[in-house]
Design a protein around this ligand. Structure first.
Ligand code: INI
Length: 173
């Protein structure tokens, strides 16, 4: 357990640092949701969660657009087109991949994660990973608004934080 001296020393040290941290006030600009239609009965709850989070944080309903992709594998291309359009301050990707009997899951989940990561780095637009990757349907249900929160809600909150954080950071854009 750290002693009081070291805690105080750390606090003093932090006071010297310039610290950047995104807040949760509603940023100006539009948000895009990209949702996968596959496992729609789960994803619709992620869309509801993301929409509720944006609204609760003061983002106007008409400042949010929604695009449906066939499955999570197709999310990155749709997200890339939206991010490159210049119309959106952030793109929030929502999907649900559930492990089956084959290794198909690994390809779909892996490509979705890798692709979304590539899009955000390539475009400089926050592109948020709100894709559930679950072993069971029960895990998915729990993360889509039941026992373990709502991943869509969390993704939208992260989007707001990232927009506000990037606006503080030095550098172009
Ligand atoms: N897409 C998902 O979003 N979740 C899944 O669980 C899933 N499974 O299991 O197959 C899935 N497959 C479809 C995939 O995303 C593509 O749409 C399809 O392969 C066509 O490219």
């Amino acid at each position: 357990m750290p002693n009081r001296d070291s805690a105080q020393a750390r606090r003093l040290c932090y006071e010297q640092m310039q610290t950047f941290e995104g807040n949760f006030s509603p940023p100006l600009g539009r948000f895009a949701l990209v949702a996968a239609r596959f496992n729609h009965f789960i994803v619709e709850h992620l869309v509801d969660g993301a929409t509720a989070a944006l609204k609760r944080h003061g983002v106007a309903e008409d400042a949010v657009d929604l695009a449906w992709a066939p499955g999570s594998f197709e999310i990155p291309l749709v997200a890339q087109k939206l991010a490159q359009s210049g119309r959106y301050v952030a793109v929030i990707c929502l999907g649900c991949v559930i492990r089956g009997d084959t290794d198909h899951y690994d390809y779909v989940a892996g490509e979705a994660a890798k692709g979304i990561g590539q899009v955000t780095l390539k475009t400089g637009v926050p592109v948020i990973f709100g894709v559930l990757t679950c072993d069971t349907l029960e895990q998915a249900i729990n993360r889509a608004g039941a026992k373990a929160g709502n991943k869509g809600f969390e993704a939208a909150v992260s989007a707001i934080e990232m927009v506000n954080l990037l606006r503080q950071l030095p550098g172009p854009g």
